[in-house]
Design a binder for this molecule. Structure first.
Ligand code: AMP
Length: 192
């Protein structure tokens, strides 16, 4: 059965960094909806143009668009054994769509690590990332919107997965290496 790791955490918590490192450690590919949208934007696809209006404001791209993109990505051969989901699901509707999708392809969520970091630490991290990487949506106003959207739309998913016994809290205020170590250990324990 294909297994999926769903990485949760607020913007800036380190999901992308950790997911990239995890790929090798656990042998599953990273599927990042933010990266997929950015790639579409760069290639000026119709999907990219649609997504841009939302991304620039720090708002969520509509669920049906996001779910269709994820469904397409997960059907590709490199995802046959599962994937590390980074930045998806972000709403209850997306989480329900994911459950449905996995039921159809005989897949299951093995664990939902939640990388926990204090909000003020996150805002500072994102402002710094904006200066270093030049990501258009890493400016203070958009960051505040993204945090608010996270609190309203995405944070309720923590309870959704906790209720199912899948959520594991990881202290995200440690070094990248220490967070990675905790993640790998919790994923191995979940499999055991
Ligand atoms: P990220 O790189 O995960 O911070 O995502 C950057 C932006 O892409 C977000 O602020 C949203 O506009 C959009 N996005 C990424 N993932 C999703 C998702 N699961 N649902 C809706 N919009 C998303």
């Amino acid at each position: 059965m294909a297994t999926y790791v769903v990485l949760m955490g607020a913007p800036g918590a380190g999901k992308g960094t950790q997911a990239k490192l995890l790929q090798e450690a656990i042998g599953l590919p990273q599927v990042s909806t933010g990266d997929l949208f950015r790639a579409n934007l760069k290639n000026q696809t119709e999907l990219g143009q649609l997504a841009q209006t939302y991304m620039d404001k720090g708002e969520l791209v509509p669920d049906h668009v996001t779910v269709a993109m994820v469904q397409d990505r997960l059907s590709q051969p490199d995802c046959a054994k599962g994937a590390i989901l980074d930045g998806f699901p972000r709403t209850t509707a997306q989480a329900e769509a994911l459950d449905q999708l996995l039921a159809n392809i005989d897949g299951e969520i093995s664990i939902v690590p939640y990388i926990k970091v204090d909000e003020e630490v996150l805002v500072q991290r994102l402002i710094n990332r904006g200066k270093i990487e030049g990501r258009a949506d890493d400016n203070e106003q958009t960051i505040r919107t993204r945090m608010q959207v996270y609190q309203e739309e995405t944070a309720p998913l923590l309870a959704y997965y906790r209720k199912r016994g899948l959520l594991v809290e990881i202290n995200g205020e440690q070094s990248v290496e220490a967070v990675q170590q905790d993640l790998v250990q919790s994923i191995r324990e979940a499999k055991a």
